[in-house]
Ligand binder design. Structure first.
Ligand code: PLP
Length: 392
């Protein structure tokens, strides 16, 4: 009897393996283990309409293709398109999926540059924006409109570390005929996979944890449907805010250690939050890994770790200033997600554009400091924080 052929089910690789190998295959020509950088603006064509898949570097570049394959694999998407910065990725998303008369419902506590861009740029093209606390599902339902095309949110939020239930918000968005796009920059795909929870698109500022070394800007939109791939590829070609081959390579290089870095970020995040919570000069610590965090249970449900983003309140602008001035090992700087600990003051830096009223509305005070825990030895970070907090 003829033996029945059974197709072996491909083994699902682990996250670290995918990060190191997806799009990172050895170079076919030379066997080089590190992906080559192709610094070219154009490609020789074989005949009219005949080429090797690459025509012009705004449209595509082999180093970029590799990064896009890697990003799609890590988020579990069907496509990924990279742009010159996180904000360039947000720009492309609005260009692709919003038209005059459309409405975007945005979480009310996001990276400050996002509402700045929506209100001061895209609103001029006849697109409407409203802002809502996406952790309040009833409020999201109520804020949906007939013309809502996209619901945009961050979870945890920047800088208040408030979580939104991705599965539930996706349900509400879909019931209203809209798509859910999640900025997953704070958690990285290592700790949170919005597409698996029902979101339609994921955005990252690759500048942060994905690159991980504070040495290059970048942004990505990972899609889950054919129209995402089609429109975003078109927008790379049409508007051209693409990521350079060298910066694609930096992210490809950085992402190889994403799994080990995130483990260490998480370990340090928990240690630092526990230290800060006990400090007498600190009024409140916002970190989803703390039992006291109002959404600690949701955090355990939809994230597989808590990361290293921590916000704490020192009570006043003056106290925040005194402490920030004294930092020595930790960098007092914008940005997050680097191997080094970065500390900033949201009210005057990342969220200055919201204005006093805007910050008051979401509960962002002048005494709040946001810390992106690096992967240094936790005891050294604590020693630096200790001496800086003593200045208050
Ligand atoms: N999203 C989040 C959560 C961010 O923190 C930032 C930048 O700080 C952005 C988006 C924008 O990214 P980029 O600075 O790469 O343009």
């Amino acid at each position: 009897m003829k033996k029945k052929e059974t197709k072996a089910k491909p083994r699902k690789q682990g996250f670290a393996t995918v990060a190191i190998h997806a799009g990172q295959e050895p170079d076919e020509l030379t066997g080089a283990v590190a992906p080559p950088i192709y610094p070219t603006s154009t490609y020789v064509q074989q005949d009219l309409g005949k080429n090797k898949g690459y025509e012009y570097a705004r449209v595509s570049n082999p180093t970029r293709t590799r990064l896009e394959q890697n990003m799609a694999a890590l988020e579990g998407g069907t496509s990924a398109h990279v742009f010159a910065s996180g904000m360039a990725a947000v720009t492309a998303l609005t260009q692709c999926f919003l038209r005059q008369g459309d409405h975007l419902l945005c979480g009310h506590d996001t990276y400050g540059g996002v509402p700045r861009f929506f209100n001061q740029v895209v609103a001029n093209y006849g697109v409407e924006f409203t802002y809502v606390d996406t952790s309040d599902l009833e409020a999201v339902k109520k804020a949906m409109r007939r013309n809502t095309r996209i619901v945009w949110m961050e979870t945890p939020t920047n800088p208040l570390m408030v979580l939104s239930d991705i599965r539930e918000v996706a349900r509400i968005a879909h019931a209203g005929g809209a798509e859910l796009a999640v900025d997953n920059t704070f958690m990285s795909p290592y700790f949170q996979k919005p597409l698996a929870l029902g979101a339609d698109m994921v955005m990252h500022s690759t500048t942060k944890f994905l690159n991980g070394h504070s040495d290059g800007l970048g942004g990505v939109i990972v899609g889950s449907k054919p129209h995402h791939a089609e429109k975003l590829a078109f927008m790379q070609k049409a508007s051209g805010a693409i990521l350079s081959p060298f910066e694609c390579w930096l992210v490809l290089r950085g992402v190889k250690t994403l799994a080990v870095r995130m483990e260490k970020h998480d370990e340090n995040g928990r240690t630092l939050a526990a230290y800060l919570k006990k400090h007498p000069k600190i009024r409140k610590v916002m970190y989803p890994g703390l039992k006291e965090h109002p959404q600690h249970e949701l955090a355990k449900k939809q994230m597989s770790g808590f990361g290293s983003m921590i916000t704490f309140d020192l009570g006043s602008l003056n106290n925040a200033r005194k402490m920030l001035r004294k930092l020595s090992l930790c960098a007092f700087a914008e940005s997050l997600g680097g191997v080094e600990t970065l500390v900033n003051h949201p009210a005057t830096m990342t969220h200055a554009a919201l204005g006093v009223e805007g910050r008051k509305k979401i509960g962002l005070t002048d005494g709040m400091v946001r810390l992106s825990g690096g992967i240094e030895d936790a005891k050294d970070i604590i020693a630096d924080l200790e001496q800086a907090l003593a200045a208050i």
